[in-house]
Design a protein around this ligand. Structure first.
Ligand SMILES: Cc1cc2nc3c(=O)[nH]c(=O)nc-3n(C[C@H](O)[C@H](O)[C@H](O)COP(=O)(O)OP(=O)(O)OC[C@H]3O[C@@H](n4cnc5c(N)ncnc54)[C@H](O)[C@@H]3O)c2cc1C
Length: 413
């Protein structure tokens, strides 16, 4: 006999991975999304799968960078002046989370979840017949100056302390690893256990297609609220009318906090807008992704071209994309790969769903026993998608989870 039904709001990589793991447990699962699966933030990311991604965005010393955030619209992190009053409470929490002892705790909490990235995806991609989309190739980070390399020392130490393999490279080793890179990099780091997805949208689509082929259902509707009875969510208010539910998982990315607030759970969630520029025929084929240590973007050799993605802009959900940031990414790509063909470029901006402590929100609602949360994965939602699916399925089943979910508690704020 199959288990009772579960409705997952949001068909980004997190919602699709959650739906897939719940389906594997025998639940009848319905995915609800206002748009096609995978076509919001989950489509345009850098594609990095990084089980060693334990470093929070807010690191010690972040306060000193505030003037640069506010004055340089092309800086690795910038905040739009006009949006500052709205972002201030979130930024204050973000700065408080960047204290050294808290950063160590956050790294401890990220490692067990993200450490399962490849293993948790393997289960899903094997079933869906798309293991070819996952590359465990490693990636390198490259620095133009010793000073920039030294300023990231704590980030590398946080990884090493948690068993992430980190191999330092000199200029000659960088050139040997990737001969197409400009000869401007003096220090590098190879992370051999990390990798990337050949195309993140294709991954979400393939998992979604398998979910449907295995009996899952999909409703294209926008969810605006909940009908509540006796401490439970009885139905979703949607553009297609009320949708009765038995159990619900909220996995609506950056829009989750608004919906969670209607259920009495208040999560500070801010969009950290990121950009990509994508070149379909670059004429080069790097062996692995490359991260710029100075500018904090990734250049990833995807199946359909070279993608340069990253940077952080805090400007809310409604402001139009900032051309200066796109121009900066193009400049950086030319600087990194002077021989690449940069014709027929496409550009994209997306909204990372970010908590101030860089930890996701995964767990059961305290107020409504039939509601679970799975959102707020920030910069690592692609890495965290499948591990979150696995953890959430454990929580729903009442099985002892493989990892301690306490650090991801929806009630921690
Ligand atoms: C430039 C950039 C680079 C990145 N690089 C990486 C990387 O290399 N590796 C990595 O791990 N992560 C990366 N990320 C982060 C990653 O992309 C996100 O964390 C992840 O995509 C979030 O997935 P999600 O499923 O939570 O949200 P989304 O993909 O945003 O999905 C949420 C879904 O919910 C739906 N939805 C929202 N509200 C409603 C509603 N009311 N009713 C119905 N449906 C609704 C939306 O339509 C959407 O489909 C990057 C992000 C950016 C912007």
């Amino acid at each position: 006999m199959s288990a009772p039904g579960i409705t997952v709001i949001g068909a980004g990589i997190v919602g699709v991975a959650v739906a897939s793991y719940l389906q594997r447990d025998g639940h009848a699962v319905t995915l609800v999304d206002r748009g096609p699966p995978g076509e919001f933030t989950s489509m345009g990311n850098a594609g990095i799968l990084s089980p060693g991604s334990v470093v929070p965005v807010g690191m010690p010393g972040v306060l000193k960078k505030v003037p640069q955030w506010l004055t340089d619209p092309a800086a690795p992190l910038s905040v739009k002046w006009g949006y500052l009053p709205q972002a201030a409470p979130w930024l204050w929490r973000f700065i408080r989370s960047s204290r050294r002892n808290r950063v160590e705790e956050i790294a401890d909490a990220l490692r067990p979840l993200l450490g399962q990235t490849f293993d948790a995806y393997r289960t899903l991609t094997h079933a869906a017949g798309c293991t070819d989309l996952i590359n465990q190739s490693g990636y390198i980070a490259v620095y133009e100056t010793e000073a920039a390399f030294r300023s990231d020392a704590l980030a590398w130490q946080l990884r090493r302390d948690r068993g992430v393999k980190v191999v330092e490279l000199d200029a000659a080793q960088i050139r040997e690893h990737d001969p197409d890179l400009a000869p401007i990099y003096v220090r590098g780091v190879l992370l051999p256990e990390q990798g990337y997805v050949a195309n993140p949208l294709w991954l979400t689509r393939r998992l979604f297609d398998h979910f449907i082929a295995s009996g899952g259902s999909y409703q294209q509707r926008e969810v605006s609220g909940f009908e509540l009875t006796d401490g439970r969510v009885a139905s979703l208010s949607t553009t297609g009318g009320p949708l009765p539910v038995d159990r619900v998982v909220l996995a609506a990315g950056v829009f989750s906090a608004r919906l969670a607030a209607r259920l009495g759970t208040h999560v500070p969630l801010e969009s950290q807008r990121g950009y990509h520029v994508h070149f379909p025929e670059p004429g080069i084929s790097p062996r692995t992704p490359v991260m710029s240590g100075e500018f904090k973007f990734f250049t990833t050799p995807m199946a359909d071209g070279l993608r340069n993605a990253g940077t952080v802009e805090i400007a809310g959900l409604d402001a139009p994309p900032t051309q200066a940031r796109i121009d900066a990414l193009v400049r950086h790509t030319k600087r990194m790969y002077p021989g690449a063909r940069l014709d027929d470029m496409t550009t994209w901006m997306g909204h990372r769903p970010c908590t101030p402590d860089s930890l996701p929100v995964i767990g059961r609602s305290r107020q409504f026993g039939n509601v679970f949360f799975a959102f707020g994965h920030g910069h690592t939602g692609l890495c965290g998608g499948a591990p979150t699916g696995r953890l959430l399925a454990d929580l729903v089943a009442g099985r002892p989870p493989g990892i301690d979910p306490a650090p991801y508690s929806p009630e921690r704020f």
